[in-house]
Design a protein around this ligand. Structure first.
Ligand SMILES: [Ca+2]
Length: 334
């Protein structure tokens, strides 16, 4: 959940309403124990209550799964980050210290974004968070997006990411925003969070290397709330183990689904699913997810998601810097 126009009250509301269902699954699956917040009835004005997800990965393969060109999808755009420099025809670098709307502690600078070798021969997008004073902030980091340059309606959108160790205070994210955000301010523009890590619950549970979040936000404020739906998952294995993990959004005209490591587990069940067929009015989810969205990567420092607002709390950067590596982002469509 991230946006430059973010509302703190809505954030706290969304994440206080957390249901928990811890489960065990078959050993040959990319098991996930899931907790989730749910908003299945936007008519009630936001987050009406909790819903437990059993977290089973034993069924509900929709036929859209599998990484890359599977299920009838063909590649329509990618950035492999192998050229040694950032492609300015695709990416906008964000430079600001506005806290991302979430009381984040970093100043975003272009210097913290690079395209180069990850140290193992893989060309990557590298976002680096540093303990560095700039513009009144105690940390700097990187954020970039494809707004107005590369934007898509539907498809299989995936990135292979080597996450930094977030403990404590880092908040890496791969997400999307409606390309109409300049004319339809957030949350009307819509937001699709494919993966975020470093959440306060994962910190308090001691599971932040496995605890991740997928979510969507849309609509507008009514009675101080807006509709959204988020799912928190505790993966069965670490996603901050110094290895790459693939995060995939499968977005059709009827459903938004999200998967982890489909390249390794092509038949995995989604960690996130949401029906987007309700187009009845401008409070319905379907009103917001049938239009182009652009891609965002960032590595935030502190703020409302980790619930760390003090410099001393950012122990992840106590000794300098940490980086998030993106091997590629690829977009497939049918
Ligand atoms: Ca690459």
């Amino acid at each position: 959940m991230k946006t430059s126009r973010f509302n703190i009250a809505a954030f706290i509301l969304g994440f206080m309403l957390v249901g928990c269902a811890c489960t065990s699954q078959a050993s040959d699956e990319p098991n996930q124990d899931e907790e989730q917040t749910e908003n299945t009835d936007p008519e009630q004005g936001g987050n009406p209550g909790n819903s437990d997800n059993t977290g089973s990965n034993t069924g509900s393969n929709t036929g859209n799964t599998g990484s890359s060109s599977t299920g009838g999808y063909t590649l329509v755009w990618s950035d492999e980050f192998n050229s040694g420099s950032l492609d300015a025809t695709a990416w906008n670098v964000e430079v600001n210290g506005d806290g991302g709307g979430n009381n984040e502690l970093q100043y975003y600078l272009a210097n913290n974004i690079s395209v180069g070798d990850d140290g193992n021969g893989n060309g990557c997008l590298i976002l680096t968070a540093r303990k560095e004073s700039y513009g009144g902030k105690s940390f700097t980091s990187g954020r970039l997006n494809t707004k107005g340059k590369k934007y898509f309606t539907y498809g299989k959108i995936e990135a292979r990411i080597k996450m930094p160790q977030t403990a404590n205070g880092l908040w890496p994210a791969f997400w999307m925003l409606g390309n109409d955000i300049d004319s339809n301010s957030w949350p009307r523009c819509g937001e699709i969070d494919i993966v975020e890590m470093g959440n306060a619950t994962g910190i308090s549970n001691g599971t932040q290397d496995r605890y991740f979040n997928g979510a969507c936000h849309w609509g507008y404020y009514k009675d101080g709330q807006y509709p959204n739906y988020g799912v928190h998952t505790t993966n069965s294995y670490s996603l901050q183990d110094g290895k790459y993990h693939t995060f995939t959004l499968v977005w059709t005209d009827t459903k938004i689904s999200m998967y982890v490591d489909l390249d390794t587990y092509p038949n995995a069940s989604p960690y996130y699913e949401m029906n987007i067929t309700d187009k009845s009015d401008d409070w319905g989810v379907g009103y917001y997810f049938h239009k182009p969205y652009f891609i965002v990567f960032d590595l935030a420092v502190g703020g409302n998601f980790p619930q760390i607002w003090s410099e001393d709390g950012i122990t992840a950067l106590a000794n300098g810097e940490r980086s998030m590596y993106v091997d590629y982002v690829r977009v497939y469509q049918k």
